[in-house]
Design a protein around this ligand. Structure first.
Ligand code: ADP
Length: 200
């Protein structure tokens, strides 16, 4: 921190906000190829949490790439900066007492490690949406694979840019063998104990 930036000591802490919300706050990070099912599953998980009175917010390409990160490209250094800013925003949301969901390709292991260190290990749940590039290309939800094959998109993850799969994710979903409902149940079962406040 710069030496002339002295943090003010606010009287309402993250614990106070969590107590008011009667829930813990942490980040559920969805990583996987474009079209793998990150947004679909994140959306279904958020709906389930919302229906159970859990306060949430979802960050995804639509609300981040088109706004605060509209100055960034898909070149490796910009992808890193994209993820760093999202992690910092998620960190503020955790501080605000929300269960935060984030659905981003996030192809580099070092960037995902950086998120973990920004929000702290204990607040980070890594969900790997494992769908083969062949299946993602078959779905081609946004027509991006077709454009990438035609050379109209450079740096397309899975085609012309790498995807470094998580080695030890907290939850792994294979959308070619598991339904959305099964994925939601698996993720909710994993986070249920984390949702409980562990102080009086
Ligand atoms: P991403 O956010 O990873 O780019 P999307 O969620 O936008 O991917 O798109 C995934 C597509 O795959 C959707 O059209 C969704 O309906 C479809 N799909 C098929 N089976 C599954 C599954 N089991 N889980 C998630 N998505 C699935």
């Amino acid at each position: 921190m710069e030496k002339n930036i002295v943090p003010h000591s606010y009287q309402i802490s993250v614990q106070d906000r969590q107590k008011l919300n009667n829930q813990n706050s942490f980040l559920i990070w969805f990583t996987g190829l474009s079209g793998s099912g990150k947004s679909t599953i994140a959306n279904a998980v958020e709906k389930e949490l919302f229906n159970n009175d859990v306060k949430t917010y979802t960050l995804d390409g639509d609300n981040i790439r088109s706004g605060i990160n509209s100055d960034l490209t898909f070149a490796p250094e910009d992808r890193t900066e994209n993820i760093r800013r999202i992690a910092e925003i998620a960190n503020l949301m955790i501080d605000a007492g929300l269960v935060t969901l984030a659905a981003f390709v996030s192809p580099y292991k070092k960037d995902r490690d950086n998120i973990r260190s920004i929000v702290k290990d204990v607040n980070f749940v890594e969900v790997y949406i494992n769908t083969s590039v062949e299946e993602c290309e078959r779905r081609d939800v946004k027509g991006l694979y077709k454009k990438a094959r035609a050379g109209e998109i450079k740096n397309m993850t899975g085609i012309s840019a790498p995807y470094e799969a998580p080695e030890n994710p907290d939850v792994e979903i294979n959308t070619e063998t598991e339904t959305v409902d099964q994925a939601v149940k698996k993720i909710i079962d994993y986070i249920k104990p984390k949702l409980q406040l562990n102080y009086e």
